[in-house]
Structures are given as C-alpha cells and as structure tokens.
Design a protein around this ligand. Structure first.
Ligand SMILES: Nc1ncnc2c1ncn2[C@@H]1O[C@H](COP(=O)(O)OP(=O)(O)OP(=O)(O)O)[C@@H](O)[C@H]1O
Length: 685
C-alpha cells in the first residue's frame, strides 16, 4: 500500500506534526488494504489448495477459539474486541505492547523455528496461510486472555506476520507490498505553481506608497476628474499596480488580445482596507464606458447582501456621468423588481438595461435559472470579491452556472452579432475568425487561498497574482513592552495585516467578559466599538445586557435582523449614533465603516481568516486602529500560536486589573438578574 500512497500537502496547519485527520486517513487506508489482502489470501488459498481438509481444520480451530472467547470474555472485553481489531491489524502497534507480550512472541518464535525444522519447505506456505486470520486473533488473545496453547500459537503467527511484511520473503505466487508499521505520514512541503510563488508585489504600507493619480497615464481624463471629485488625489499601492494591469489586458477593447491570446485572469491578495474595490471598479468602468450597445459586460459576485450593496454603491458613484447602468441582484428588492431592472421588451426584442451587475451568488443563480432576462452572453469581466469565501460556497455551483450562461448559444442574438463566443479551446487560425470576445476573471481577497486545488475550481486562465505578502518577524509582547516570544515567519502561508493596526489580547474569564466590554466603553472611552461574537445568541444576550446596564448606545447585527433593519443599523453605526455594535461574523468581511476605532473579539475566532477579516474592520485606508481579543486561559496558547504563524506583526498582552472592574460589579450583578427575566419572557413569547 505504502508504495502507492500519495503523500499530499496538508496545509500549513500541519506544521511538522501530522494532523489528526491525515493520520486517521492513513490508518483507514491501511485497514482497507489489509482487509483486501485478507480476502485475496483466502481466495489464493482456496484456488491453490483445493484439498479442504487443512482449511476445515483451521476453521474449526478458529471457531472453537472464537466460541471460547465469546463465552469467557466479559462484556466490556467483547466491546473492546471490535474496537481493537482495526488497530491490531497494524503491525507496528505491537511496538507499544508491554514486555510480557514480547516474551510470548519470542517463545512463539522458538516454536516456529522448531516447526520449520519439522516441516521443511512448508513454512512459506504456512505463513501466507495463517497470517491473516490468526494474526488478528493472536492480538485479541493478548487483550482478552485466551488459553495457553492458543497464546503460543498466536505468538508464532505474530512473528510470521512480521517476517512476511518486514522482510522481503515473498510467499509463493505474490509479493506482499509495503509495510504496515505505523510510520508517521511524511509532511509534504508545498510546491506552488510559479504564478502563486512569484507574485507581483504590492507595498503593504499605504501611507508611504501613495501614487499621484497623474502618475497613471492610462487613466482616462473623465475618471481622473471623477476620482478627484470624490476626494481622491492619490491611488493606494494595490490600485496603482492593478488598475494599469487590467487596463492593459483590455487594450483591444472587448476583444481578444494580439496573437489571439485571451487576457490573463488577475488575482489580488492585499490587506483589508487597502482599497481593492476601486482597484476593479475604476478599470472596469473605463473599459466599458465607451460602449455603444447596452449589454451586461461586467458581473461582480459578493458573498453577502450588505457587501453587494456596498460595491454597487461604489460602481454607481464612479459610473455617474457615463452611459453605464449598474444593477444589483441581491434580494434587497423583489424578484420581479430586479427582473424589471435587467431588461425590457420592445416590439418583441429584448433590450438589456444593465451594463454592470452586482450580485450575491444565490440570487444570481435564481435569475439565470428562471430566465429572468439576465443575459451573460456578452460578459467581459467576472469579478469575484472575497474570492476565498466564494470558493468555499462553490457548492451552490454558481460559477459553473455563470460560465454556462456566458457560453450559452441558441438565443439567435449571437448569430446576428459581429462577435462570436465559443468555449475556450486551442488557439487556431480558424478559432480567431471572427474575432472572439474573452471572459476575464478578476479575483480579490485579503486572505486569498494559496491552495491550488481550491483555486483550480475557478478555472483560471494563465492567472497573474498581485500580493502584498511579505516576510517579517512576528512577536508576542506583553503590555510593559517586553517581548515574551518571537518567531520569525518567512512562510508563504502568511496573511496580510493592515499596517496601522495594533493587536492586543486580554486574558479573562467567561464571567468577566461583559464587564470588560463595559469597561472598554465607559472607562477607556474606546467607542465606537465593533464587537464580534461567535453566535447570534451570544450577540443578542450581550446586546440585552448592555441595554439593561444603561449608559451605552448599543445595537446588534446578525441574521436575527431583517435586511432592512441591518442596513439601518449599519447606517446609524456609521453616523456615530451607536457606540457599540455587537455583531456575528455577518459584518466581519468587506464591510467598510468609516471611523471604527476599535474591534473587539468578544469570542475568540476559531479560524485565522475570520480573525483577519474581523480585525480588518478597523485600521482601514492607511488609518490606525486597535483590535482586542478576549481570551480564556485555555484558548491562549492555541490562539497566539495561530496568530503568530499567520504572520501577525505582533500581538500584545493587555491586562485589565480586577480593581478596575470593581466599581461596576454590583450593578452588573443586578443587571444579570434582570437579564434572566428578560430572556425568560422572550422564550415565553
Ligand atoms: N485612493 C484612495 N484614497 C483615499 N481613500 C481610498 C482610496 N481607495 C480606497 N479608499 C477608501 O479606503 C477604504 C477601504 O477600501 P476598500 O473597501 O476598497 O478596501 P478593501 O481592500 O476592499 O477591504 P476589505 O478587504 O476589507 O474588503 C474605503 O473607505 C475607500 O473609500
């Protein structure tokens, strides 16, 4: 089996030690192989030795033994038998067995040698005959305590099993492949494809790498003016790199480039708040704004309604003054209303009313399936924002539906069109005539996966990566400034942390967490705070508690609220009417709220990506921000390790002394009692 075992890259989490999952997979594979081998051996036995006498004897013995075991074994042993069987089949398990077991084996080995002498030549056959069944029984006996005679025999067979598998003695007719010893699965080092391993590097420090708009000659005068009107004089590093690259790939307008080459797909991995939205909005508008016919040529897909709304707003504000129309399909309006905004029929001819569509995957698929008038046959740009999240939600198969809709033919419209569209294939002289219209994918994320298997699902064409991953040292330091641990990280698996962010962790107990939040707002004056919990129940209870405590304007943000309530809440938070917004991860990705000074992880996030997106709601656009994570004693070690390994520039310990919370404790206790009543009432309702 091990000959055919393909060691796979198991992710950075493996980190030298084999993950539990991989180990159990390896065990399972070995067990399956062992079972197959047993079957094969019994078949061989039947075909090679048709005289059943021996087999029957053997079977009778085994049966007698099994009966004996069944009658003697106490119940818990019987149960253990089924549990023990799989591990027993692994030869190496015997390494962990107690010394008396080795002795048994030695005695058995002697016995075996004696037998060998007696039955010269028959030993090889004997090995292959007896190994599978009795090897297992032998181990069971060890655990269950069988008779003396049986033990000796099984010991022999244990040895024979080792001889068969450990050495190269090949039993007649076939070779036993591989060993079954419990070897640790080798860590496979990551080998990245060149495009992932050698990205175009983007500066992470926004402030010191601003690029004047005038330094980007590719930008049209209209867009320069638009940016300036929106208060933008400089481009952020990610925009200065990516905008020219997208514009260059669309030099031939909407058609395929010189030599018949399709433009390369573009992937961007840059920190939260680094301006990725404008990095695709600006070039897409510039390429499309000269359009003559209105057709959907750009589609941006985002994971949530709120994000779709946000991106739609940016598109709309920058497309103002052009003929381009932006339509959102995110379920904020009724299906019929969305349908009406997509196309109209005049004189029996369908006319598109949208150039740019911003959608959530679910609603998008609805429109494609229900033939609501969304035609993607002219799509030039497919923008996948929060790309890693969108890959994870690929089970909805939204991408394959989009691609199918892009290359759909038969509506008759494309027959009349000058430009034909066919699924990508080899470039030939024939395939280039008439001119082709390519589909280019643009991927954006702060935590873009580097897992080639996942990226492969996107069907990228000669992708080009822009990334701000860098090498540096990570530290954990205490509040007095002394460094308590330092681990240089040069791993490619590192993530992007915003430059202006300062990370803290606050050791605490479960019961003190609400008090800490109150302390942060009332004493430390850190508001507005965006506070994350791991569940909507916790978010709701904390919200109720803070409300009952008084003095603080708080709100909750989770799937408990309707989309319109959520929209209103975000707006009020942005306007400064809410000091504390308690949210689930619904607000952890992409949401751009100006002026969030501080993020608090009330519940420590389980995954590093979640952490990065949560803390990325502050320190945006080159500003500074604070991120606090409340950690229980049991969480500290693992969490800090996770953060350091992810390439955090440093997370500091912030201790809140118990005496600082004392003043609020009496009132807090009283509030807790009130909260219990409120929750009871809510449940009753
Ligand atoms: N060139 C610029 N000058 C000034 N502000 C900018 C510029 N580009 C973007 N911004 C602002 O920076 C903020 C963050 O931008 P954006 O939301 O695009 O970040 P992002 O990289 O998409 O973040 P996330 O990964 O969290 O989604 C926005 O408020 C945006 O208006």
């Amino acid at each position: 089996m091990s000959l055919f075992l393909v060691n796979r890259y198991l992710g950075e989490e493996g980190n030298g030690s084999v993950s539990k999952e991989s180990r159990s997979q390896a065990l399972l594979a070995k067990l399956q192989q062992k079972a197959k081998e047993k079957q094969r051996q019994s078949l061989t036995e039947q075909t090679q030795h048709p005289s059943k006498e021996r087999t029957e004897q053997q079977n009778a013995k085994t049966k007698r033994k099994a009966d004996k075991d069944d009658s003697q074994e106490p119940k818990h042993h019987k149960k253990r038998r089924s549990e023990v069987v799989p591990s027993i089949t692994l030869d190496s398990d015997s390494q962990d067995e107690p010394v008396h077991e080795e002795k048994k084996n030695k005695t058995a080995a002697k016995e075996m040698r004696k037998k060998k002498k007696d039955q010269s030549g028959s030993s090889v056959k004997g090995l292959s005959d007896s190994t599978p069944v009795t090897g297992r029984d032998g181990q069971e006996d060890t655990g269950g305590g069988g008779g003396e005679e049986e033990e000796e025999k099984t010991g022999t067979e244990n040895v024979t099993l080792k001889q068969t598998t450990g050495k190269t003695s090949a039993p007649a007719g076939y070779t036993v492949l591989g060993g079954f010893e419990n070897k640790p699965v080798q860590k496979v080092h990551r080998v990245l494809p060149q495009w992932l391993a050698q990205p175009d590097v983007i500066h992470r420090d926004i402030k010191s790498n601003l690029v004047p708009i005038s330094d980007i000659p590719e930008l049209s005068a209209l867009l320069v003016k638009k940016l300036q009107n929106n208060g933008i004089q400089h481009l952020f590093p990610v925009q200065a790199e990516v905008i020219p690259a997208i514009l260059e790939s669309a030099q031939q307008g909407l058609l395929i480039g010189r030599g018949g080459y399709k433009p390369r797909d573009i992937c961007v991995s840059a920190p939260t708040g680094s301006g990725k939205t404008l990095a695709f909005v600006i070039p897409v508008i510039q390429v499309l704004m000269e359009r003559v016919v209105c057709e959907v040529r750009a589609l941006a897909v985002l994971p949530t309604k709120e994000l779709a709304q946000q991106v739609c707003k940016v598109f709309a504000s920058h497309a103002e003054g052009t003929a381009l129309r932006v339509v959102m399909l995110a379920g904020q309006r009724s299906f019929a209303a969305e349908q009406a905004s997509l196309s109209e029929h005049r004189g029996g001819i369908r006319r598109s009313l949208a150039d740019i569509v911003v959608a959530t995957p679910g609603r998008l698929v609805d429109h494609i399936n229900k033939n609501s008038g969304l035609s993607l046959e002219h799509l030039r740009f497919l923008i996948i924002d929060e790309a890693d999240r969108m890959i994870d939600s690929m089970h909805q198969s939204w991408l394959s539906q989009v691609v199918k809709a892009v290359y759909r033919s038969g509506s008759g419209a494309e027959a009349l069109s000058i430009f034909r569209r066919t699924e990508p294939a080899c470039v030939t002289a024939a395939s280039l005539s008439p001119p082709q219209m390519p589909l280019q994918k643009l991927l954006f994320s702060a935590t873009l996966t580097q897992n080639p298997e996942k990226l492969q699902q996107l069907g990228l064409h000669q992708p080009r990566l822009f990334s701000s991953i860098h090498s540096h040292s990570s530290t954990i330091s205490s509040s007095n400034g002394s460094i308590t641990a330092a681990a240089p990280t040069q791993k490619q698996g590192c993530f992007n942390f915003p430059q202006g962010l300062t990370e803290y962790y606050v050791p605490c107990t479960l019961s003190k967490k609400p008090l800490l939040i109150l302390h942060f707002i009332l004493r430390m004056k850190l508001s507005p705070i965006l506070c994350f919990t791991n569940s909507r129940e916790t978010a709701h209870r904390l919200y109720l508690l803070v409300q009952l405590f008084g003095e603080i304007q708080a709100a909750e943000f989770s799937s408990r609220l309707s989309p319109s309530e959520r929209k209103k809440t975000l707006k009020e938070f942005e306007q400064g009417k809410i000091q504390l917004l308690i949210s689930t991860d619904a607000a952890s990705r992409g949401i751009d709220i100006d002026g969030v000074k501080c993020v608090v992880n009330y519940d420590a996030p389980q995954y590093i990506r979640t952490y990065i997106h949560r803390i990325g709601r502050t320190a945006r656009a080159g500003k500074t921000g604070l991120a606090f994570t409340f950690l229980l004693g049991v969480q500290e070690k693992n969490f800090l390790q996770m953060v350091v390994e992810a390439g955090s520039p440093g997370i500091q310990k912030q201790i809140v002394k118990p005496e600082n919370l004392k003043g609020m404790e009496a009132r807090y206790e009283q509030t807790l009692q009130e909260l219990a009543n409120v929750i009871k009432d809510e449940k009753a309702k």
